[in-house]
Design a protein around this ligand. Structure first.
Ligand code: SF4
Length: 354
């Protein structure tokens, strides 16, 4: 797409007239930040509002997950391997960062496959990879387990915290608590599950949605399509990211996921338990499930006082409506997970929206 085409589309978006106010939800944490960073948020027509959804994996990870990891650390003293954001999440009484400072072995990695190498180099230690993410990362985690089996690694396991996004969207729609007029759907998740993975939104709930990529041109095109569908009261799903997303998604990745994981119920911060939204490790690969390998009973989880992450994640409030935002809660001293992750809505509003 030429620069002049993008400019033209941006002007059409800015001048678009909706008949009545509308609220669209971006389900994805990367979209949360990219709408700010690219400046596309500023092009929104006056009565079109963007709200955040539960699309940041770190943000929807409940306290209980980190509490359990810390407890495993205290009892079994493994090496933990994790993506960087996870160590800053405040758990009920501590955080992995604090525990690391007190001697817990926590290594930051950029891929679960690196965790396998750590296990291979440390045959006398147990290595646990903190597996938290959506459909985008689950295939890699499934491949990691297959690779661990292939290499016959007995000291590697993965703590399953992966979640599936369509059940969360369904739960939001079923709750009826948040007013949503359409969804901007995540391009990377859609690359795996395909457009078909989201068709239920239009077909069962009569709501428009657009699959979007992450560049300025993708965001402008998707928002314009969305505004047009809302205005014309059209319930459909459109794909504005055809260079990456196909109708059936990546079927090879789906097969690998299905081979290693099965679905179960998962707790989502702010939403509660969502049926069929967890990726649980199949019995056949149970030896790689850290939660089966290292049983613990962590103390009851405690939610941070005053934190309204649950309402932020369900689009009920904007981060700035939380009384702690930018006063007590900042990226340097986060109270809740939405201020931790670079994809978190509170962090994005703090960095770009003020
Ligand atoms: S500003 Fe901080 S305390 Fe408030 S909802 Fe966001 S993360 Fe939670």
């Amino acid at each position: 797409m030429e620069k002049s085409d993008i400019r033209q589309m941006a002007a059409r978006l800015k001048n678009f007239k909706l008949n009545e106010p509308a609220r669209i939800m971006e389900v994805c944490g990367t979209h949360t930040t990219e709408f700010f960073k690219t400046g596309v948020k500023k092009l929104f027509p006056e009565n079109l509002r963007l709200i955040s959804g539960p699309g940041c994996p770190v943000c929807v990870t409940p306290n209980a997950y980190i509490d359990r990891i810390i407890e495993i650390g205290k009892v079994y003293r493994p090496i933990f391997a994790t993506f960087g954001d996870m160590i800053n999440i405040p758990a009920s009484r501590s955080s992995l960062k604090k525990e690391k400072a007190e001697g817990l072995d926590v290594e930051i990695v950029y891929s679960p496959l690196v965790a396998l190498d750590i296990a291979e180099k440390n045959p006398d230690r147990e290595v646990v990879f903190l597996s938290v993410g959506f459909e985008t990362t689950v295939p890699t985690e499934a491949l990691t387990i297959l690779e661990a089996k292939e290499r016959n690694l007995k000291n590697f396991s993965l703590s399953p915290g992966n979640k599936l996004t369509p059940p969360a969207v369904k739960a939001l729609l079923n709750s009826g608590e948040t007013r949503i007029d359409g969804f901007i759907l995540p391009g990377h998740v859609s690359a795996i599950i395909g457009v078909r993975g989201w068709r239920f939104i239009a077909e069962e709930y009569g709501m428009p949605c657009v699959v979007a990529g992450f560049e300025d041109r993708d965001l402008v095109a998707a928002t314009l399509l969305m505004a047009q569908m809302i205005k014309n009261k059209k319930a459909d799903i459109l794909n504005a990211y055809t260079r990456v997303v196909k109708e059936n998604g990546n079927e090879r990745a789906q097969e690998v996921m299905d081979r290693v994981f099965c679905t179960g119920d998962a707790e989502w911060r702010g939403i509660g338990v969502i049926p069929e939204s967890a990726c649980e490790i199949r019995e056949e690969f149970g030896e790689f499930d850290a939660f089966r390998k290292f049983p613990v009973t962590p103390p009851e989880p405690i939610e941070p006082k005053g934190c309204r992450c649950g309402e932020v994640l369900t689009g009920l409030i904007s981060p700035t409506e939380c009384g702690l935002f930018a006063k007590v809660c900042t990226p340097e001293h986060p109270v809740g997970p939405c201020m931790v992750s670079t994809e978190g809505s509170c962090a994005a509003h703090y960095k770009y929206g003020r």
